[in-house]
Design a protein around this ligand. Structure first.
Ligand code: GLN
Length: 299
């Protein structure tokens, strides 16, 4: 480790960290070291090299050493620094919540498109939205921020996840427009007077199958909450609950928008097909061309 009294410059710290992470076979050792140091020094990654002889304070060195040790055990960068960006907004994350993924932005974008279309057609300015399994709250908060006058209900089975989601709502000043409810899937929505009042229900539920859970990279498998990942034997259990139960809350013309895992589109489409009340079933691909979202309208 680092000898006392040594002067640590940016370049020296980066070289040490890269070697240390490589010893533990961390895949992107150099980039990760730069990312963590630039977070501590509150600068951009590229700027590190413009000031490579800058000396670090003892406090910065200790923080950096701690971060690098955590990363060497494959802890995700986002849990180490405690936040992740989603659609341009910073969200606090801890090991109690799934780290927001860029693909999930697609859910929000679909919802925003539908709401704007409905409003352009003269539907009033009130929109009721439900986000099931909210986790960090990234979906609920993004919708509340983007759609003025929307009322959002966000559920999660984990009390600790809801605490994080509430903090994120406060941080983005939308806490007065989001109601947080603790419970499994749609269970906490009962007796809230929301029957047939919801314009859009959306969710990124747990959808990883038993077989795929085994294959997850260590960052996910050992650090992210299994509760937010595991979707039963074939990964489709969440959809078996959500798809039929959503009909109680969706108004006529309301939409259910669901994130899905790789190769699940047909199975989820079939589950929608079992309920005659759904029409306009559509599969949407993400930027990598993977079927990522299934959307259907209650008719
Ligand atoms: N997208 C996550 C993954 O990479 C899974 C998220 C989920 O189950 N909703 O495994």
């Amino acid at each position: 480790m680092i000898a006392e009294g040594n002067i640590w410059t940016v370049i020296k710290a980066l070289t040490w960290a890269e070697t240390y992470l490589e010893k533990f076979k961390v895949p992107e050792a150099k980039i990760d070291a730069e990312y963590l140091l630039s977070h501590i020094l509150k600068c951009k990654r590229q700027e590190l090299y413009l000031n490579s002889e800058r000396q670090l304070t003892n406090q910065d060195i200790n923080t950096f050493k701690g971060f690098i040790q955590r990363r060497s055990k494959r802890e995700p960068l986002q849990y180490i620094i405690g936040e992740e960006e989603f659609r341009g907004l910073a969200f606090k994350v801890t090991r109690d919540v799934l780290i927001p993924r860029p693909e999930t932005a697609l859910l929000v974008e679909e919802a925003v498109k539908i709401i704007e279309r409905q409003r352009a057609k003269g539907k009033g300015q009130k929109t009721n939205v439900i986000d099931l399994c909210t986790g960090s709250g990234c979906i609920a908060v993004s919708i509340a921020k983007e759609i003025p006058d929307s009322k959002v209900y966000a559920t999660d089975i984990s009390e600790k996840a809801l605490d994080i989601a509430k903090e994120n709502a406060k941080g983005h000043r939308v806490e007065d427009r989001i109601t947080f409810l603790q419970g499994s899937f749609l269970e906490p929505l009962k007796e809230k007077g929301l029957e047939e009042k919801i314009d859009i229900m959306l969710s990124n539920p747990p959808y990883v199958s038993k077989k795929d859970m085994e294959k997850l990279q260590p960052e996910i498998k050992e650090y992210e909450p299994p509760l937010a990942l595991y979707g039963g034997e074939d990964g489709l259990d969440s959809y078996r609950t959500i798809i039929p139960e959503a009909l109680t809350y969706l108004e006529n013309g309301g939409y259910l928008i669901l994130e899905i895992g790789y190769g699940q589109a047909e199975g989820v489409k079939e589950l929608f097909g079992k309920n005659l009340a759904y029409g306009e079933i559509e599969i949407i691909k993400d930027l990598s061309g993977i079927e990522r979202v299934v959307k259907a309208k209650r008719e």
